[in-house]
Write a protein that binds this ligand. Sequence first.
Ligand SMILES: NC(=O)C1=CN([C@@H]2O[C@H](COP(=O)(O)OP(=O)(O)OC[C@H]3O[C@@H](n4cnc5c(N)ncnc54)[C@H](OP(=O)(O)O)[C@@H]3O)[C@@H](O)[C@H]2O)C=CC1
Ligand SMILES: N[C@@H](CC=O)C(=O)O
Ligand code: NA
Length: 432
Amino acid sequence: MHLRPLLRPEKIRPSHLHWQLCRPQALLHRYRIFPITHIHTTASSKRPPANPRSLPLQTNIRRTMSVSSTQKSINIAVVGVGLVGSEFISQLLAFPSPSPFRLVALCSSKTTLFSKTGLTFSASGWKSDLAQSTEGVNLSDLQITLAALVQPGQKVVLVDNTSSDSVAALYPSFLQAGVDVITPNKKAYSGDLKLYEDILKASLDTGARFLNESTVGAGLPVISTLKDLVATGDKVKKIEGVFSGTMSYIFNNFSTGEAGGPSFSSVVSVAREKGYTEPHPADDLNGADVARKLTILSRTIPSMRQMLSEGFVSVQTTSLVPAALENIKTGDEFIQRLPEFDADFADMRERAAEEGNVLRFVGVVDVKNGLIKAELAKYPKTHPFATSLGGSDNIVMFHTERYGTRPLIVQGAGAGAAVTAMGVMSDLLKLI
Ligand SMILES: NC(=O)C1=CN([C@@H]2O[C@H](COP(=O)(O)OP(=O)(O)OC[C@H]3O[C@@H](n4cnc5c(N)ncnc54)[C@H](OP(=O)(O)O)[C@@H]3O)[C@@H](O)[C@H]2O)C=CC1
Ligand SMILES: N[C@@H](CC=O)C(=O)O
Ligand code: NA
């Protein structure tokens, strides 16, 4: 087996973006059943219709959100026009007129389009206009330009649809300038603690908001649910579930509890084609994506945030990336080499199936015991993690004082462009 060796015993702080790594086989002997008593599906995994006019009722609701004669449109600058960014722009431009939003800037990694009165596009569309722009990308300049647009009653929003650390590092300066920040990018909220604290401070100083619903569970209401639980004084005891759309898709298809099945590398490829993976699929398979999500959730719970900032808690993370593939630079090469390890993964699957189990990649934030972990575990094939999840479904169970023995459960598609962009749009609507 060529999986990552066990690294011990140091405590690694999520604030420094490292995770304690464990070898999955060591953990596969564990057998756990969670007391699930109620499953409430809060979001559909169906892709929303591209044209809002096809839903008259929805259109009416959205029309009430359009800007009134006294209200100014919200100026929006979008950085990152990949899978999620492109879908976000489609959803934004599909808003019925008069829209409460005005798109003032678009930035790819190479070019920029800007108009303070609102961008208009040629017949060939925004993608081609952006590609043909001769203006390069300078986000410090963009910050100064957007700051100048902030006025009393005039909101300006940066929507970061990249997975870039360097864009994330600029959030405090945008927020200090009064620009709201909305993003599905996990880097700022799960990375260096100083950056996270600078974001909180800048937001407090200016009242500019930072919203990141899509960083956990894509469009599923996970962050907003947790914030509501905390803000209303409930005590969160534990959060557990399947937090990765990629890992969910992989194991829902790879490990069904029956002998045999598709190769590991083939299901990873399909997850990538469907747009569930991070730009580099190793960031999903090494558990880092789940560890980031668990860190984001933990920082939202005051007692956990305290423990994290004091270095008392680490995120124990199981990596599924074979040691030989750890330093592969591109996603394409990683996918190309993965079949070399199919036999190892098939072996894990067969051993689980022989015991009547399936493999699932789960995450736990155990507030009571100060424990955070992302791991590959075995579950009986009758367990809800085996029977109730399909596609890229996430399931997140909040065990709290008020919810007692019946956890609050959020379940539905947890990755994919349509549902992620919807989460970004829902954050935008919170500003109206
Ligand atoms: N896909 C999903 O299901 C989900 C994704 N997310 C998050 O959403 C974000 C986007 O994901 P996704 O759309 O799938 O990824 P993509 O790789 O498709 O898109 C990211 C885009 O960001 C661009 N980019 C990178 N750095 C910069 C920069 N400095 N300035 C401007 N543009 C830049 C890239 O351009 P180029 O290609 O030229 O490098 C690329 O087009 C990520 O943070 C991801 O974690 C969150 C939840 C679910
Ligand atoms: N790669 C991530 C995308 C959403 O955060 C996942 O698979 O969950
Ligand atoms: Na979410």
